[in-house]
Every structure is written in structure tokens, then in C-alpha cells.
Design a protein around this ligand. Sequence first.
Ligand SMILES: Cc1cc2nc3c(=O)[nH]c(=O)nc-3n(C[C@H](O)[C@H](O)[C@H](O)COP(=O)(O)OP(=O)(O)OC[C@H]3O[C@@H](n4cnc5c(N)ncnc54)[C@H](O)[C@@H]3O)c2cc1C
Length: 339
Amino acid sequence: MGIEATQRTRGHVAGNAEDAMAALRARAMEWELAVSETAQGVILDLRGSRVVMRPIGPETETGTETKAETGARTGLGIEITAPDDRYLRAAQDSVTEALAECGLEIGWDDVAAGALAPGLSIGVAISCRQSAPGFLRLRVGLADASRFASTGLHFRLLIPPRDREPLWPRIGATARVDWPRGADALHRAVYTVADLGADWIDIDIFDHPGSPTCDWARGIVPGAPVGIMGPGGGWLPEGDPLLLFGDETALPAILRILRLSEAPARAWVTASPGDLAALGADRRVTRSGDLLEALDAADPGPGGFVWFAARDEIAREARRRLTARGLPRERFLAVAYWR
Ligand SMILES: Cc1cc2nc3c(=O)[nH]c(=O)nc-3n(C[C@H](O)[C@H](O)[C@H](O)COP(=O)(O)OP(=O)(O)OC[C@H]3O[C@@H](n4cnc5c(N)ncnc54)[C@H](O)[C@@H]3O)c2cc1C
């Protein structure tokens, strides 16, 4: 993994190293993460960070401890390295959570207890307008918007409950993120950065019935606080050509990929002509009433990449068909955008 690891933290799971290792391997499999066995230990590459696991005991040493020091304890030593604090704390949260789900505790050398959840900035709602028949365009003022310019397309929009002083998620004493609950719970849907400037981001929200985000966006009071947690979900797909398939919720991501990627690309989208707007004249884009049929007819060739995002059962079926076709796992992404 090509990360420049400037941040580091270490933890220790007491007891049977195999149980802890199994818990983390299971999480890695669930998240489709690469796992490799090396002389340094078992390595998990998370997005943006690296986790190295190594049984410790009388016969082993960690990077900083001598045999005499490790001899006093056994279990699994875990080291996380990352290019910045956000990735480090996010990985610490994930590792702690995966272990806790198996009844295991980890003691970390350092925990940023009390800090805002990794990647969370508090922005302010600026405006919301109808940008197309089916879309609302929300602008949020965000001091550090530039972090969305090159590392991740998506984020979580954290909307506080109406008429309450917002409580934001913070890192707890165990390194896990404590989310506000009950009456203070936040609505937290995932969205894509449609556009950005130095201190703002725009979000194109597909307007559908029963959506707490749409209801909130329509009634925003300029200056109201809103949480932006990210970026996440990866950057531009790589392949030649890029074959992109998506419904309305994926339209902002497809637009951004088409705008930023230099690779030859084609896109099939489910959207009304009005919602396609400028994309309607883009010869790379085809309106489709059946994304799965379009997927079956498309050929990624030897170097192409298939990117597919839609409702959960359609994305699942796309994944099944691509797998059945024999397309290697690293050459496609089929993601549920809503359910
Ligand atoms: C990586 C990623 C990026 C995304 N980017 C965007 C984006 O840029 N713009 C965007 O509009 N959406 C985007 N989505 C989809 C968005 O997160 C979902 O549509 C989400 O459900 C919206 O939350 P909500 O506030 O409507 O509340 P929820 O509680 O999630 O949903 C409320 C109700 O609305 C229904 N619903 C949700 N989506 C739809 C839909 N598309 N059509 C009809 N009914 C629906 C749900 O089934 C539920 O009944 C993205 C999703 C992912 C995973």
C-alpha cells in the first residue's frame, strides 16, 4: 500500500492471540480487505491505513519492547500506521469495534478521547434550491472543504434533531466513537460531493418522498450547523474504459467521475431528461430504463473497470452477474446506494 505513515499507535489484546486475530480476519473478509502474512506479522490494509497484528509473548518482541518487557504479557500486539490522524483514529475505532463484537478488549497506548469523530467537521447550511426537477442542491459552508478535492467522493451528512442543541459524535475512552442516541440521535445519510470551493461544498440530493434529508434541506435556516464526516468511499475508479451504471442517487457521483477522470468512460443512468440536464448532451451518457440489461450488454474488455451503484437488490444482482461472468473482483465495484 502506498501510504506515507506519519501517524502510529499501538494496542494490546490480552489473552489468546488467535481469537483476536480471527476476529480481525473475519472483519477483513467482510470488508473485502487485503490480508497478507509477512515477517512483521499479519497485515490488513484498510483504506488509508495499515494494521499489523503480531502475537506477543515471552518469545517475541514488538518494535519498541524488549523480550523482558513483553515477557510480562501475552496476547496480540496491534500497530496501526496512517498518513494522518483521521485515518489513524478511524482505523482504531474499527479495530476496537471488531474486537468488541467478539467480546475482546484492546488497550491502546493513546486514545484521542473527547475529540470529534474521525473526519468530522461542523459546517453551516448556506442555501438550498431546486436545481433540477428531481434534485435539491444544498450548499454547506465548510472551512476545510479542500480535503474533498482529491481523496474521497463521499461523506456522511449529519443532521441534528430539530430544536435541540446538537451533540456531535466524539471519540470515547476505548477509542470507539460514541454516537448521540435517543432524542439527540443524528440523521446520517451518505452523499457525494457534487462540487466544491475553498470553503464550501455542494450536494445534489435526489428528492424522494419520506426523506428526512430532503425535509431538512427544504427548511434550512442559513447558518444552521450540520456535520460533514469524510471523505470516504474511495476516489476515482481506474480502468480503460470506465463503465459507469447508476440511478438518480448515483448521478452526482457519475457526474463527478466523468468530470475528473481522464480515462475513456461511458455511463448508463436511470434519470429523467430534466434531471440529466447538461449530461443529456454528453455523448458518453445513455439514459437507461434497465441498468442490469445495460450491464449485460456492456463489455469492459481486458482493462476496463465496471462501477455500478443503485438500490440494494439491483446492486447485489449486478455483483452476482459480474462475478458469474468471471470479471475479477478488483475490476468492479457494485454498491448499494439505498434500500
Ligand atoms: C456512497 C453513497 C453516495 C451517495 N450519494 C448520493 C448523492 O449524492 N445524492 C443522493 O441523492 N443520494 C446519494 N446516496 C443515496 C442516499 O444516501 C440514500 O438515498 C439515502 O437513503 C437518503 O437518506 P434519507 O435522508 O432519504 O433517509 P433514509 O432514512 O435513508 O430513507 C428514507 C426513506 O426513503 C427511501 N429512499 C431512499 N432513497 C430513495 C430513492 N433513491 N428513491 C426512493 N426512495 C428512497 C428509503 O427506502 C426510506 O424509506 C448515496 C449513497 C451512498 C452509499
